[in-house]
Write a protein that binds this ligand. Structure first.
Ligand code: SAM
Length: 296
């Protein structure tokens, strides 16, 4: 979510309505390639299972997934939410920009005896027909795409009338903002006027994006806790090893030992001050907003 956060802002200048210009299309392509390169690094499947796996189950529960429903998981990663929907008997399509993650999800599904479709797709431009799904979901996924209005429009478009759009999005008041602030000084500045991904966790922003197109909109704040059995330093090192955006950022600083050391210090300072556990067993509480919109 580090470089991804910056990436999320790249291309935010694209026009919010009307036909896509070739400039926009090129910006999207470039951004998609960067997203793929970043999330293929590290070990996202391990990270997701250790850190955010409960959120997929919570979102599936909030959306009330039932057997036989046609379900789309957008920016599905390795299938956190998609696999849970399939376990409930839904017919699931898991989509994401990163083929390496889709491949890991496919392996997990096979091992569990579940059948899903795994499709490479940009959340801002989904390759599915209008109204193709009963439920469209995204856990900590579509919120990273830069064009918020395009994402909301696509989630609603591919959902049938009367169907459900559900999202789990980090809140701007939660720990994610402190987390992202650690990395901001080491990233290129976002383009002027760009929107933070964490805005997706603001009730006001969600109402603005979905409000007038949803028959009902339920917004509930929840929390989950990331555990680091080895303490704050182990938390930092775990991110450096598994989490693609962190791996990418450190790689970008590889020729600069001073900045690498400074980032190491800043990351550890964050991990130490945000720790709600002990020095030996650290714990990090993240807040997120569950958005459940019924399409009118
Ligand atoms: C934090 S991971 C979340 C994955 C999964 N939903 C989960 O809960 O574990 C973010 C995912 O968003 C994907 N992603 C980022 N931007 C995207 C975009 N514009 N379209 C589709 N996927 C995108 C990345 O490839 C990555 O898999």
């Amino acid at each position: 979510m580090l470089i991804a956060a910056a990436l999320a802002r790249i291309g935010e200048h694209v026009e919010r309505s009307g036909a896509m210009t070739s400039e926009t299309a090129n910006a999207r392509l470039e951004q998609a390639n960067e997203v793929r390169a970043i999330w293929a690094l590290g070990d996202y499947d391990r990270f997701a299972r250790d850190m955010v796996w409960e959120v997929g189950a919570a979102l599936v529960e909030a959306c009330g997934i039932e057997p036989g429903q046609r379900v789309l998981d957008v920016a599905a990663g390795t299938g956190n939410t998609a696999l849970r929907a399939a376990e409930r008997g839904a017919r699931v399509v898991a989509s994401d920009l990163t083929p390496e993650s889709l491949a890991r999800g496919r392996e997990a599904a096979r091992a569990a005896g579940l059948e899903l479709d795994w499709v490479e797709a940009d959340a801002q431009s989904l390759p599915f027909a209008d109204g193709a799904f009963d439920v469209v979901m995204s856990s900590f996924g579509a919120m990273w795409a830069p064009d918020h209005q395009a994402v909301a429009g696509e989630l609603l478009r591919v959902c049938r009338p009367g169907g459900t759009v559900g999202m789990a999005n980090f809140t701007p008041e939660g720990l994610i903002s402190d987390f992202l602030a650690v990395f901001a000084p080491y990233l290129p500045p976002p383009p002027p006027g760009s929107l933070s991904p964490a805005l997706w966790g603001s009730e006001e922003h969600a109402r603005g994006l979905f409000g007038d197109r949803a028959a009902t909109l339920n917004l509930t704040r929840r929390e989950y806790v990331e555990q680091s059995p080895g303490g704050p330093e182990a938390y930092r090192d775990y991110y450096k090893e598994t989490f693609g955006p962190a791996v990418a950022l450190y790689a970008s600083l590889a020729g600069d030992p001073d900045r690498t050391a400074a980032l190491d210090r800043d990351f550890l300072a964050f991990a130490t001050r945000a720790n709600e556990g002990t020095d030996e067993a650290a714990a990090y509480r993240y807040e997120y907003l569950v958005v459940v919109a019924r399409k009118g």
